[in-house]
Design a protein around this ligand. Sequence first.
Ligand code: ADP
Ligand code: MG
Length: 514
Amino acid sequence: NFAERSEEQVSGAKVIAQALKTQDVEYVFGIVGIPVTEIAIAAQQLGIKYIGMRNEQAACYAASAIGYLTGRPGVCLVVSGPGLIHALGGMANANMNCWPLLVIGGSPERNQETMGAFQEFPQAVRSSIYGRPGACYVDIPADFVNLQVNVSSIKHVERCMSPPISMAETSAVCTAASVIKNAKQPLLIIGKGAAYAHAEESIQKLVEQYKLPFLPTPMGKGVVPDNHPYCVGAARSRALQFADVIVLFGARLNWILHFGLPPRYQPDVKFIQVDICAEELGNNVKPAVTLLGDINAVTKQELASKKSLPMNYYTVFYHVQEQLPRDCFVVSEGANTMDIGRTVIQNYLPRHRLDAGTFGTMGVGLGFAIAAAMVAKDRSPGQRVICVEGDSAFGFSGMEVETICRYNLPIILLVVNNNGIYQGFDTDTWKEMLKFQDAASVVPPMCLLPNSHYEQVMTAFGGKGYFVQTPEELQKSLRQSLADTAKPSLINIMIEPQATRKTQDFHWLTRSNM
Ligand code: ADP
Ligand code: MG
């Protein structure tokens, strides 16, 4: 009978217990008293385990460790006043450890004021496990516990979702990869943040792929087994002292790690910090690279950046930007090449960037580069012109390379080659496509001949030409081109033929404009 059911009464304690159950709380530690006893009983009735302890402090320590071990907050149930005061030690400890914890205290009855009901629960759960995990306190007035309410008047709130996963900025991921690669004595420090993030599989892969010696902090132990050949736990002091690059995975540069300062570390050691808490980045030392995000996700990003061959636009421009002289002219044209290049390659001086411009013209690049080089030659000798061209864009005025060589202009041409306009095909797809049919019938209009050696246009006229496929080759050829002031050069950079820009974050903006 509906009318009867809607009259059915339930106690506040039961509602609280049900809310805990909904949040996947499995364990409650505490010491009961007025008014929280009923909550403990109600919790047990719903299958939640209640462990009565002898002091709230120990109960709170226990509940916080549940949070670390399971990723969902453990609950510490205490009475108001001294109960809560005793729990403070455990709450502070959980906060310092960055472990989720829910402390529920019973306070005296409310007089007049009303609370925001049990909605407080998921909010508390959320703030305990989202961002940097930590302790949360929910205060429940005594009359709430014993209140009888109509079942039908209870508003059920859903289980709080697991924390969203955040990733680090792409350019920082590339920088980190290159700093690690160029390190002479790299060291990975694995902290309890890495353990909490369940990053064991990805970190072990990273250790092995980069051949990185690692040092676990006390609670970072076991993320990669202590008996792993790259574990340097036994030589801790030495490892800290002689590392030139240190990657921190969920470990803070606090007293446990001697604040990251000399004499325990090299004065010029480069720190790469990975943490989910922005405020932690740059604490005590100025890091070389900061990666803000979830450790597991960031580690996977690093793994992907290592093996991403062929290169994509971001990898290319990151390595170009790294070496560009601040005062150089940047000339650019192409579709993705120009668009993406613009976001990564920096200008520091006015009137030092020339590109396809208002009219979006392809074919202007080499002419612009020649003009800039003439001005540079006459007004500030030594200044360089970097001309970043898509492979299609380069084709529009490629023969001006002869002009560049004839006047021996200080131009470095970078052809970012994806075998096409916007996108092209790799050699295999190309061959497959042409097996039985005529090119004009089957080749998509945006495709250009794959693997074209545009650098030979430069060598044909006596300049330097480079054909590059890896970040290392790109770095090296660019370094040589910049050092060689006697000759112009062209670096033909092969990238993933299907590489595109990152998907736009703001579809809704462009749509509403249509
Ligand atoms: P240890 O004592 O092992 O050195 P710390 O407690 O000093 O570890 O550092 C742990 C760090 O891990 C904290 O700065 C915390 O913000 C961070 N952290 C916790 N969870 C994550 C996560 N999922 N992703 C990234 N960092 C995290
Ligand atoms: Mg630490």
